[in-house]
Design a protein. Sequence first.
Length: 174
Amino acid sequence: MTNQTARTFSLYKFFAITVLALFMSACGFQLKGIISLDDSLKLAVINKTGQSSFSVFRPLERNLQANGVKLVGNINANYQINLLEERQERRTSTISSSNGIDEYELRTTITFEILDRDNEIVLAPQTLKLERTYDYNPNQLTASDTEESQLRTEMSERLASQIVRIYSAIKPAQ
């Protein structure tokens, strides 16, 4: 390839990438998980009530911050997301013909509410629930424990994402 041909090829690549970027921005393309929020929703606080730890707390923090929400204290916050209760359960889902456990079902339930600056209820307590099953092998306990841990982490992240979507749907009072 000659120097002139290489320059022309580079120019065509640049032009193609620029046109592609323009089309993507014009159609409203956004990265997955990024939500456009009203400005009043961008000052919030997450309160944990009732129990000391919530597996959804850190993923919820990260998800809100990734969407441009500044997490502040109760005094400065326009909205409070109150985590009221979280339950994690594991039960036998499938039993083999030899009476051994083949699958477990994991269930995580989170109850939360959203209040405004004046402690008025914007969203009454809501309960979200996720269930997942995984294969259990008593001969590979470490692998089964790792899979359960990964599923619990994924479930917490999905619940946090659902809470953020619900939060983003709030219509601020004018």
